[in-house]
Design a protein around this ligand. Structure first.
Ligand code: ZN
Length: 191
């Protein structure tokens, strides 16, 4: 198991758009090792996802997994998904306000608007093409991770900065209302 160091907000690597990975590169031992390390690093930090540039590798690869996540207990489960060269298409204008955190923004959460219905096309670690529709909080997680690959952080999308809280203050003041609202949303949307 290899846990890599996570870049935190202010590190330039988080602000540079990542580059597309070729088929040959994807099959290489270096990139396959990077994917294994991303899984280890994400799980070690209890993340719901992690992008390669969060571990200082500026390539268009991200990992997503939600498995009874203690940081985000209200998130529907997502099996381990390796996402290479993703392209997201918004399917309509429906938005939801989600309170997000990020492994690269230690101890801060804030509200962002995310599209509810998206289509995502990507390759898995074996180079197999996927074309899928994602909805709800799961769609939000994909958008958060793909933002990383474009050099963006959730902080850029916080439209109301008074929603910014530490995790401690979120637990104390905001968690109950958010969980009530987002649980009703997840029940309606189904993911
Ligand atoms: Zn993040």
């Amino acid at each position: 198991m290899t846990v890599r160091t996570i870049a935190t907000v202010g590190h330039p690597v988080l602000r540079q758009p990542t580059r597309v990975v070729s088929a040959e590169e994807l099959a290489s031992p270096e990139i396959q090792q990077l994917i294994d390390d991303l899984v280890d690093t994400m799980r070690d930090a209890n993340g719901a996802g992690i992008a390669a540039n969060q571990v200082h590798e500026s390539v268009r690869i991200t990992i997503i997994e939600v498995n009874h996540n203690p940081r985000y207990p209200y998130k529907p489960q997502i099996p381990l998904t390796v996402v290479v060269n993703p392209v997201i298409e918004m399917l309509d204008d429906e938005l939801v306000e989600i309170n997000e955190g990020c492994l690269s923004v230690p101890n801060l959460r804030g509200n962002v608007m995310r599209n509810v219905n998206i289509r995502v096309r990507y390759l898995d670690r074996h180079g197999v093409a996927h074309d899928e529709v994602k909805r709800g909080l799961t769609a939000g997680t994909f958008q958060h991770e793909c933002d990383h690959l474009d050099g963006k952080l959730f902080l850029d999308r916080v439209h109301d900065t008074t929603s910014l809280t530490t995790w401690e203050q979120f637990e104390r003041w905001h968690r109950a209302a958010f969980i009530e609202r987002i649980t009703a949303f997840v029940e309606r949307v189904g993911s």
